[in-house]
Ligand binder design. Structure first.
Ligand code: SF4
Length: 508
């Protein structure tokens, strides 16, 4: 609402960015009545010509979506391989949405970070704006890093390029990778032009006989060209690492150590005013996005939620312990967890575990496991939906709801933080950023911690307790309170023994 008011009062043409589909849908529902126009990625719109009655409706597709009976979406449509489509000028769901968003009369345009950066880098953009509003701005550095980086598998290279293109080993240095990427990027571009000529020839001859495999190869080549261009264009310091892709295949990942150096060109795009909004934004965010300090005006506003309704309680009892002592005294740690739950069986709660391993440990050892819901990375959304919509007083045990999900009112009235959310120090990107900026790791931890604290308090009449049982919290907060927000610090209290919970909210 602050962003929308800023845009309307200053008569600006404004672009709003959100980081998740859920937040985008929420803003669209809230502000379409004041003229907000929404634009999403191509994979959110069905290809009209791919529908059964369309020109490409009888094309025999393959791939995951086809195998699962899913419709052809615009990102896999033949036009993305160079085929001509008259609907592109009128009648295509995606391109019509782009035209609406790019129309100078559309004063409030809503999209997401990834789409905005992509349409500006690979597409024709959405016209000029005087105001850019970044919602959940604490995610901006990550979004930028994800967009600038890339991942390559030997499989995707060898499936569209000749065998001589064999990928280098992850251990090769940045310069070797740049050369390799540059060479094969040019090669792939030539190959793509040849395939596009073939596709145009096919169209001239009436559109018969072209197989979907050729169209798919052109599309895969185009995607690979973008990745190779990223590799060839690496500048500054990058981390090149061996990883596994989503299907468990070996892959090489490329990440800029400091994504902020790309912020102006890729994210801010020279827009006159940028408004970054977040409950956990801090001056550090401006630094990480490489914004010169003289160009930043930072405002922190007090929380309107009463402290008494959102306490952050550190349990200084014998069961509270850090990861080192916990391994020796696992049983007393679980006993403390169970005692906290026992007093709150009349309501729903969340246990933040930070890792899947600890999630399984809690589930295995707690005596309240019959009430607990756990998940893996594929079932997160489904299990959260089940938890939110259940009328039973369940406990969601998860490492994945630290941000991005809200649990207002009776959806969760308490949450237990079992471990401080330190970023994984084995991660080479985290390590490199921390070597460059000694505050980086602490800043990230504080951000995650405050994000967690906000999950269950969503309005001034909401109510929920955050209970921390990791003794590392004590030194961390003492050493880093300057990185914390006032709304968080003012809610912290230490309890030496278990106290009765806050009164239960009505309903649920
Ligand atoms: S322009 Fe592309 S996505 Fe749109 S209807 Fe035509 S083929 Fe499908």
């Amino acid at each position: 609402m602050v962003g929308v008011c800023a845009a309307l009062l200053s008569n600006s043409r404004a672009m709003f960015l959100t980081s998740t589909k859920a937040l985008q849908a929420q803003s669209s529902a809230d502000y379409s009545s004041v003229g907000m126009v929404e634009i999403k990625g191509m994979n959110s719109y069905e290809c009209v010509e791919g529908m059964p009655s369309g020109r490409f409706g009888d094309m025999k597709r393959d791939g995951y979506r086809a195998e699962h009976g899913m419709p052809m979406m615009c990102d896999e449509a033949p036009c993305q391989s160079g085929a001509l489509c008259l609907k592109r000028d009128d009648g295509c769901l995606y391109y019509d949405a782009v035209r609406r968003a790019a129309n100078p009369q559309s004063k409030l345009v809503l999209g997401n970070y990834a789409y905005w950066m992509s349409i500006n880098k690979y597409g024709e953009g959405l016209g000029s704006f005087n105001l850019l509003v970044l919602d959940e701005a604490h995610n901006a550095v990550d979004e930028l890093g994800k967009f600038m980086g890339t991942e390559l598998t030997p499989h995707e290279v060898s499936s569209v390029l000749p065998s001589e293109s064999r990928m280098l080993d992850a251990g090769a240095d940045q310069e070797e990778w740049r050369e390799w990427g540059g060479y094969w990027c040019i090669f792939a571009s030539h190959t793509l032009e040849m395939i596009k000529a073939q596709i145009r020839e096919w169209e001239r001859s009436g559109g018969r006989g072209m197989s979907y495999a050729v169209l798919r190869r052109a599309r895969d080549l185009r995607r690979l060209i973008n990745k190779l261009a990223t590799v060839a264009g690496m500048r500054g310091e990058w981390i090149i690492d061996r990883v596994e892709d989503a299907r468990g295949r070996p892959a090489v990942k490329f990440d800029p150590v400091w994504p902020g150096t790309y912020a102006e060109d890729t994210l801010f795009r020279g827009i006159e005013k940028v408004l970054l909004i977040s409950a956990t934004a801090s001056p550090k965010l401006g630094e990480m996005l490489d914004i010169p300090p003289q160009h930043v005006a930072f405002q922190e506003y007090p929380s309107t939620f009463p402290v008494s309704r959102r306490p952050v309680i550190y349990m200084a009892t014998s069961g509270a312990m850090n990861i080192r002592s916990r391994a020796r005294n696992l049983h007393s740690w679980i006993t403390l967890l169970d005692q906290i739950i026992e007093r709150r069986l009349d309501r729903k709660g969340i246990i933040h575990t930070v890792s899947y391993e600890r999630m399984r440990e809690v589930f295995r050892m707690s005596r309240w496991r019959q009430r607990m819901l756990t998940h893996d990375s594929y079932t997160t959304r489904k299990v959260i939906w089940e938890f939110k919509n259940s009328r039973e007083n369940l406990i969601l045990v998860s490492p994945a709801v630290t941000t991005g999900y809200d649990f207002p009112y009776t959806e969760a009235e308490y949450q237990i933080i079992t471990k401080m959310p330190f970023p994984d120090s084995r991660d080479r990107v985290v390590k490199a950023r921390n070597d460059r900026d000694r505050d980086y790791r602490n800043h990230l931890t504080m951000q995650n911690l405050t994000q967690m604290a906000g999950r269950i308090n969503r309005a001034d009449d909401d109510r929920g307790e955050t209970i921390i049982i990791d003794s590392d919290f004590v030194w961390f907060i003492n050493k880093n309170h300057r990185l914390a927000h006032r709304w968080f610090l003012e809610a912290i209290r230490t309890d030496q023994y278990l106290k009765p919970p806050l009164p239960k909210l009505k309903g649920g």
